[in-house]
Design a protein around this ligand. Structure first.
Ligand SMILES: *[C@@H]1O[C@H](CO)[C@@H](O)[C@H](O)[C@H]1NC(C)=O
Ligand SMILES: *[C@@H]1O[C@H](CO)[C@@H](O)[C@H](O)[C@H]1NC(C)=O
Length: 340
């Protein structure tokens, strides 16, 4: 019994209040993770133009944040993206460019987790962001970087006409960010140097590109125009097959064909423009055969034929146009298509 009391006294001496305090501090020091902090999204997040992006901010340890001030800011705390204070959202200090573009999700706020959605991303949203939790006994923040990327429209190819012993092609596309890279290639995959290239930025900060090349000599060839987004490492490509008949090289059939066409120069432009829109080679060849036959007939019966041809061409153009429109909704480029 005496021994027992003795050991109690010993324990009391060892675990004196001051020693307990020291031990607590040592333990906290050894486990700094125990102190609460704010965790933001990843260091760098990527948002797509016109889409939305989420900024999830949470406390490292679940803690009710309903009565904390939670601020999302851009670059510095005074540039307010979104502010939550006293249990509600305050919009007075929100920067103009974020007005009507943010939505706060507070479903998990009792666990210290909140998400801000930013809608309709534009290139100018790019930059550093942060979020800050603040209360009487806690203050912490996290920062990250927002990168913006835009994959532009499918390239549009047009045939401009014969030039310098080849065919002049123009390729254009809009809605890229950051600045895209354009590349012309021949059927062997070799780069063709562009004849001209123009890139400009619209008011939204999106890049528009237009490039032209003189392609083809005497051999039939496929020419592709590809436009690449350096940030996404994605590209959009359009391959055009230039049929033998259209190359400026010597070919009896071609001469006859062109001779026929000379009589109908405005129609030639329409035919060339039509071809530029076509991706399905078989359809092109069927179309060309049909048109060339019609053009020969036209030479015989000039005026009365013209009206009918124009109508047929318009119909073909409309078909091609709608094919093209369908093609744009589909991410797979340059696929084979069959007309109904
Ligand atoms: C936000 O929406 C309100 C109400 O619809 C409108 O009055 C205001 O002009 C909008 N602000 C911006 C910057 O679009
Ligand atoms: C051109 O492309 C078509 C299909 O688009 C293919 O069948 C043909 O072999 C290609 N020609 C050359 C010379 O690469």
């Amino acid at each position: 019994m005496a021994d027992f009391l003795g050991s109690l006294g010993f324990l009391k001496r060892v675990f004196s209040p001051s020693l307990l305090l020291i031990l607590t501090h040592v333990l906290l020091f050894l486990h700094p993770g125990k102190a609460n902090s704010v965790i933001g999204p990843e260091e760098v997040i990527l948002a797509h133009v016109e889409h939305e992006v989420e900024f999830l901010c949470q406390l490292s340890q679940p803690l009710n944040a309903e009565h904390m001030e939670i601020l999302w800011f851009r670059g510095q705390a005074s540039d307010v993206v979104h502010l939550y204070q006293d249990g509600q959202e305050l919009f007075e200090r929100q920067m103009v460019q974020f007005q009507n573009r943010t939505k706060l999700f507070t479903d998990a706020i009792v666990d210290g987790s909140v998400t801000l959605q930013l809608y309709g991303v534009v290139p100018s949203d790019e930059g550093p962001y942060g979020c800050r939790f603040h209360s009487d006994n806690f203050s912490g923040s996290a920062i990250w970087m927002l990168e913006v990327a835009g994959l532009g429209s499918d390239p549009h190819i047009s045939l401009e006409g014969y030039k310098e012993g080849g065919i002049q092609l123009r390729c254009s596309s809009t809605g890229w960010y950051p600045k895209p890279k354009a590349q012309w290639r021949d059927h062997r995959g070799q780069c063709l140097s562009p004849e001209s290239e123009a890139i400009f930025q619209d008011v939204q900060g999106l890049f528009h590109l237009e490039t032209s090349v003189v392609a083809g000599g005497t051999a039939p060839s496929n020419v592709s125009c590809s436009i690449q987004n350096p940030l996404l490492d994605q590209k959009k490509e359009f391959v055009l097959h230039i049929a033998d008949a259209f190359l400026p090289g010597a070919s009896p059939w071609r001469s006859a064909f062109l001779g026929t066409l000379a009589a109908a120069a405005p129609l030639l432009l329409l035919v060339l423009a039509a071809l530029a829109w076509v991706r399905a080679r078989t359809q092109v060849e069927r179309g060309v055969a049909m048109l060339s036959k019609q053009l020969q007939e036209q030479r015989r019966a000039e005026e009365e034929q013209r009206g009918r041809l124009t109508w047929q061409l318009e119909k073909l153009l409309m078909q091609l146009d709608s094919r093209r429109a369908e093609g744009q909704a589909d991410p797979h480029l340059d696929r084979e298509e069959k007309f109904p």
